[in-house]
Write a protein that binds this ligand. Structure first.
Ligand code: FES
Length: 572
């Protein structure tokens, strides 16, 4: 690309009043024409906020990225976007992923921007940034925020989420004091960075690397490692070259790249949330994948990363063991090695010199954690459009199970009754949560790891079959059937389950069955009353009107597809 072909030239060059204003107002910020004229304008889309602790290092990372952009002859502009905070946004950060995606799309489209650096990491920020950028299709590079350092308490390693859930159960069982709980609270988030288990954040940034959208090796660098700052400035240098090469994001987001991403997800024992996000991202670029794509790839992909919640180690260990390239170098027969990446090389090139330093963390194929099926897709009369189960984090003894349903009509009902000593439940029961899906939650809150009833915890029970149309945190574990589609709020069959119904789960057969006669189900359907819509205005009304179901990725229906939106008019 030549300077006169830059998209930003439409704003800055010429002798009309518009160009005058655009140049004048840029000089208002202290820049001379030599700083920006005939240079690629690079947007740094940062999802920083004081209410997003995982991104507390982003302001200095923006400076690192700017340094790289200046060095390479670009003009950096910081354009903040919605900081979708997994910790603080209620009822669910997932509710706002699409809002971030819409914001990113319009930030990039409406302004003089030639290329984009996306800075995210906390769960929903990565897919939201990618979805928005994919719909504009500029040269784009992703700077993953990096995991926090491993944490310690009382001689134990603490992993984000996973150990908090595990220790909470010990506290509820009466095995942990208030004082110990307070110490854990202070210890479990040790530094800047996203969750350092293989939760949604680490899964999505690894997937982004596998899609070719980060510099090779970027996704596992701890947030506070000096190498992270160097990776950020190198990304700044690289995006300027990507603009001159016109290397656009959709050149990288090819069907084969999605295969690589799903292999990565499965080999990592990654978060079930990744399924929703990849379905949504693929929908933005016209790539055809569905739940069966995930199950097919799952059947042939071993789980090699021994990371919590499926295994034992944390992201810092994974990085030191060789990181994603070491993992993928063992799976070359499953990968499309000729897929390009932002560095200008191919996936195969980046794996050439990969070395596994620690085979306890990144297992060799011969000692895989599981030979296949890190996450499986189930179907049956309870989930005609499918649901998912993360088998790598489930109890093997429960993967084939038949039990009596204990049904909770919504989360408030669950909270009110789960610890009731009179609740008719035993360790063979199947806990069912309704009204927790895309519309019912809304936003599919991460309620899918339903708590084990206290009276069973005291008996030593630590896992049960749990079924919902909710999601669960990527850091969660247990035999939790998630994303049941269609959801109960819309009258999906999950809405028809009653206490005492027998439910059969068979992960090997990919089956989830409500063992109730069709006539009885038809009768219950006759009785079922649709709940009233709750949101009459604002973003939530837009969400309720357009969100798709879990098996479609929960994007808004009007944002799918890759029909180009016209470039903005610049004259008055
Ligand atoms: Fe931000 Fe877990 S809370 S990644």
């Amino acid at each position: 690309m030549r300077p006169d072909e830059l998209r930003s030239r439409r704003w800055f060059r010429g002798d009309d009043l518009n160009a005058f204003r655009h140049r004048s107002r840029t000089m208002q910020m202290g820049y001379a024409p030599a700083d920006f004229e005939d240079k690629p304008v690079i947007a740094i889309v940062s999802t920083w906020s004081d209410l997003l602790p995982c991104h507390s290092h982003f302001r200095s990372r923006v400076d690192d990225i700017k340094r790289g952009i200046w060095q390479a002859g670009g003009f950096p502009v910081e354009t903040p976007a919605l900081a979708v905070s997994e910790t603080f946004m209620k009822p669910s950060a997932m509710l706002y992923r699409n809002l971030l995606a819409m914001e990113v799309e319009e930030i990039l489209r409406s302004q003089p921007i030639d290329g984009a650096v996306l800075l995210g990491g906390c769960d929903k920020t990565t897919p939201g940034l990618l979805m928005g950028a994919a719909s504009v299709d500029l040269p784009t590079i992703f700077v993953p925020g990096g995991p926090m350092l491993r944490s310690y308490w009382n001689g134990q390693t603490l992993g984000s989420g996973s150990d908090q859930f595990r220790l909470l159960e010990e506290k509820r069982a009466g095995n942990l004091s208030e004082r110990a709980w307070g110490e854990i609270e202070a210890a479990i988030a040790r530094s800047a960075g996203h969750c350092m288990t293989m939760g949604t954040a680490s899964t999505m940034t690894a997937i982004t690397e596998a899609l070719g959208l980060t510099l090779p090796g970027a996704s596992s660098i701890p947030a506070v490692d000096s190498g992270h700052a160097r990776m950020a400035s190198a990304s700044g240098r690289r995006i300027v070259d990507m603009v001159w090469q016109d290397l656009r994001i959709t050149t990288l987001l090819q069907p084969a790249s999605f295969t690589n991403a799903i292999v990565t997800d499965m080999a990592l024992g990654g978060s079930t949330n990744a399924i929703l996000h990849l379905l949504a991202l693929a929908g933005r670029v016209g790539v055809s994948i569905d739940l069966d794509t995930f199950d097919t790839i799952s059947r042939r992909t071993p789980v090699l990363a021994d990371l919590k919640p499926s295994g034992h180690y944390l992201m810092e260990d994974f990085h030191n063991a060789g990181g994603l390239r070491a993992l993928l170098s063992q799976l070359t027969d499953l990968l499309a090695l000729d897929c390009p990446n932002v560095s200008g090389s191919t996936l195969g090139d980046t794996l050439q010199e990969a070395v596994t330093v620690d085979e306890a963390v990144i297992r060799p194929r011969a000692r895989a954690l599981r030979d296949d099926g890190g996450t499986v897709v189930l179907r049956g009369n309870l989930a005609p459009d499918g649901c998912v189960l993360k088998t790598s984090a489930a109890s093997p003894s429960l993967l084939r199970h038949r039990g009596r349903a204990v049904v909770f009509s919504d989360y408030a009902d669950l909270e009110a009754r789960i610890d009731d000593e009179q609740l008719d439940v035993d360790e063979g029961s199947v806990l069912v949560l309704q009204h927790a899906g895309p519309l019912g939650g809304p936003g599919m809150p991460e309620w899918g790891q339903l708590p084990i009833p206290k009276k069973l915890l005291r008996q030593g029970v630590r896992d049960m079959v749990r079924i919902s149309d909710a999601r669960m945190s990527g850091t969660s574990y247990g035999t939790c059937v998630l994303h049941v589609s269609p959801e109960s709020f819309l009258g999906g069959p999950l809405a028809l389950a009653r206490n005492g119904d027998v439910i059969e789960l068979d992960a090997d057969d990919r089956r989830l069955h409500l063992d109730v006669h069709d006539d009885e189900l038809a009768r219950r359907r006759q009785e079922w009353l649709p709940p009233s819509q709750r949101y009459a205005r604002g973003y939530l009304a837009l969400y309720a009107a357009h969100v798709t179901q879990a098996h479609e990725g929960c994007d808004f229906s009007f944002l799918r597809g890759n029909q180009p939106t016209p470039e903005p008019e610049i004259h008055h």
